[in-house]
Design a protein around this ligand. Structure first.
Ligand SMILES: [Zn+2]
Length: 445
């Protein structure tokens, strides 16, 4: 696939590392360092509600003493927010007891900048309200650890796309990400304008960017299938990282995966079927034994010997690291008659490998080997050719897609779920024209 596309090397970027750790930082971006600030942060939602009530229900706000110098530059609305918010913010334990809201307001407005930690907390309230609003905008998106979508090959996300368009994308300004909408709906070109608007709306929701743009793919003239990869560009670095942190953004309007513009080698390699055991450890041991036998070592030696003298040592370290990263998981598929027929998926960390050719060689070699768990006949290895129609991953059929099981999932679901729980369903401001698209939705989901 990569060879067909002949992607320019300049488009390769390093995939984000350790997404889980980054997510933790993003989930708590405003986490303060002092106990005083923690109390204020958790009270933010109540603050805003009370602010709105006060502003609408009280025609004459209480008279105030002049604001301190460091509040003078704030907008009038922000000053009003500050004075009202002070009513509900938990008071630090070392501060004198306040007897009434009016007293609190007066003290807050008249104290000097160096007066106390209480006064310092007042100065950051605008930022805290803004942070609350940002969090509210993200609440529509599922906030959970998302599985990694495993594509069939490194360049699979760009399949069926006009390569000239990709070259043009490289020259676009700012940070760039690929966006792959979930669902079979994305495989119909007539839906791309709608999806483009939905992705754009979501990106604005998430980043609040004033410069970002989104554009749809263009189908390769030799391809009979539609590409599903949209481009987000002119992104500030912080917005790019924000989109990559959660990776899969799922709302009732749109669900899509944000990917680095540089393509990452998949972890998934192949599946072993026709085994009559549920013991994943036995299968994993069998795979480990083969990957470390003399034949596999000879194969690794062959790749190393083809590297330049200067790179040979480093190449061997990379390949050994890849081999040692192997893991297997069981997929409880069934055959006709509802007979259990587990498949064992074999993975190794694709991001370790630096080039596509080496990744293909490794996958093809290990998929060609025979794996025989203890007391079992050898299994049959295969590489699926049909991707999941929900997430476009290759390591599972749609019926076993892991995403609908994610807590709080808003995106496309399994066949038995109501048809309109899809990207074009509830809450969308963009309604599909006529009943044709709705019929398609019912069929897809
Ligand atoms: Zn899936």
């Amino acid at each position: 696939m990569t060879n067909d596309l002949n992607l320019p090397s300049g488009m390769i970027e390093k995939a984000p590392e350790n997404r889980k750790d980054k997510r933790k930082r993003t989930d708590q971006p405003e986490k303060p360092t002092s106990g005083e600030q923690e109390e204020m942060d958790t009270s933010a939602p109540g603050i805003l509600t009370q602010l709105e009530d006060n502003l609408t229900q009280t025609p004459s706000p209480p008279s105030l003493s002049p604001a301190p110098k460091n509040n003078q530059s704030l907008p009038t609305v922000s000053s009003r927010l500050t004075q009202n918010v002070s009513i509900t913010i938990p008071r630090p334990a070392d501060q004198p007891k306040l007897t009434s809201p009016q007293t609190k307001t007066t003290e807050a407005a008249t104290s000097t900048p160096n007066a106390s930690p209480w006064q310092k907390s007042q100065l950051s309230i605008t930022a805290q309200v803004e942070a609350y609003r940002k969090r509210s905008a993200l609440e529509k998106y599922t906030d959970a650890e998302m599985p990694l979508v495993q594509f069939a090959s490194p360049s699979e996300p760009l399949s069926n796309i006009d390569i000239d368009l990709v070259v043009g994308w490289e020259g676009l300004p700012g940070g760039k990400l690929l966006a792959l909408p979930f669902g079979a709906y994305a495989t119909d070109l007539s839906n791309h304008n709608t999806l483009n608007r939905l992705i754009f709306g979501a990106v604005i929701d998430i980043t609040k960017s004033h410069s970002v743009s989104v554009c749809p793919p263009r189908q390769c003239h030799t391809s009979k299938r539609a590409p599903i990869c949209f481009l987000i560009y002119n992104l500030a670095e912080e917005h790019k990282q924000a989109l990559l942190e959660r990776c899969v953004w799922s709302s009732t309007n749109i669900t899509f995966q944000a990917m680095s513009f540089g393509l990452r080698r998949p972890d998934y390699l192949f599946t072993i079927k026709d085994l009559t055991t549920m013991a994943t450890d036995d299968v994993s041991a069998a795979v480990h034994k083969v990957w470390h036998d003399e034949a596999s070592k000879a194969f690794i030696d062959t790749i190393c010997n083809q590297a330049t003298e200067a790179n040979r040592s480093n190449t061997r370290k990379i390949l050994e690291k890849f081999v040692n990263s192997m893991w297997t998981t069981r997929l409880d598929t069934k055959k006709k008659g509802n007979i259990i027929a587990p498949g064992y998926r074999v993975y190794a960390s694709g991001e370790i490998i630096n080039d596509d050719d080496t990744w293909y060689r490794l996958r093809d070699y290990f998929a060609s080997r025979e794996y025989k768990p203890w007391l079992q006949s050898p299994g049959t290895n295969f590489i699926p050719t049909r991707a999941c129609s929900l997430c476009h991953g290759i390591d599972h059929p749609r019926g076993l897609c892991p995403f609908p099981s994610v807590a709080g999932w808003n995106g496309p679901t399994r066949r038995e779920d109501p048809p309109l729980t899809d990207p074009m369903g509830r809450g969308s401001n963009i309604v599909p024209q006529g009943g044709r698209n709705r019929a398609k939705i019912a069929r897809f989901f």
